[in-house]
Design a protein around this ligand. Structure first.
Ligand code: PLP
Length: 228
């Protein structure tokens, strides 16, 4: 717990430094702690340290941990992984934000999963910054029609874009392309100002390129247990 608190504080300091270096106010940034592969006990420890935003990338683990941690009032669960259409109902049931909407059918399924009277679900459109169509995300050229479609679904609210930096390229130019993608979405949904980008290895570059939501795992949690 002491180590966890120290790592969390150190990362928050580095986030604040990167924000100031970019002429930004650190308070505009949301730091999401990615807890994948770690037990729910870690989520509880993080909560006691003041963390209110956690992220998971696999639906079963996401649903299980969100249920196990249901007593943690005000904890927001961010779904950040590849989503299968047939898991949309389970994802919607636990998520405060879904970062990984990358096709119309997935958006349609999340919309169809809304229970009557359920609040609108915040979603981000995941963009593929690589040439490899097998990585998650919509190709930048297909982003505008996707945004236009999702914007027609009344139970979803398009908040912005999300991406993972490519492995074979420095992150800074890739995140600049993501910033252009965010502009594209804002032409369709003018108040969609969120940019979810930046992980342990590249959050400073993401902050420099305008990221508003950082998804940070191992720098805070320590190494992931070896499974999955
Ligand atoms: C695991 C994961 C992260 C966090 O990765 P770290 O390198 O541990 O910070 C962020 N985003 C996504 C989509 C992930 O799957």
């Amino acid at each position: 717990m002491a180590d966890l608190a120290a790592r969390l504080a150190e990362v928050d300091e580095r986030i604040a430094d990167a924000a100031r270096a970019a002429g930004r106010d650190p308070s505009e940034l949301t730091r999401i702690v990615v807890t994948k592969f770690h037990p729910v006990a870690l989520v509880e420890q993080l909560y006691r340290l003041g963390v209110r935003d956690v992220g998971e990338n696999r639906q079963q683990e996401f649903s299980r941990k969100a249920a196990e941690a249901a007593a943690l009032d005000g904890l927001r669960w961010h779904f950040i992984g590849q989503a299968q259409t047939n898991k949309a109902r389970a994802i919607r049931a636990a998520a405060s934000v879904v970062h990984s909407v990358d096709r119309s059918r997935l958006a349609d399924a999340l919309h169809a999963a809304a229970e009557p009277g359920e609040p609108v679900l915040d979603v981000l459109l995941q963009v593929n910054l690589t040439e490899d169509a097998g990585r998650g995300g919509v190709a930048p050229g297909d982003l505008e029609p996707l945004a236009a479609h999702v914007a027609t679904l009344p139970s979803l609210r398009v908040r912005g874009v999300m991406a993972v930096a490519p492995l074979d390229e420095p992150p800074a130019p890739a995140f600049e392309r993501l910033r252009d993608c965010a502009e594209t979405v804002r032409r369709v949904v003018p108040d969609a100002g969120w940019i979810s980008a930046g992980m342990t290895a590249d959050f400073a570059e993401a902050i420099a390129a305008g990221a508003t939501h950082l998804r940070i795992g191992s720098a805070i949690t320590g190494p992931r247990p070896d499974r999955g």
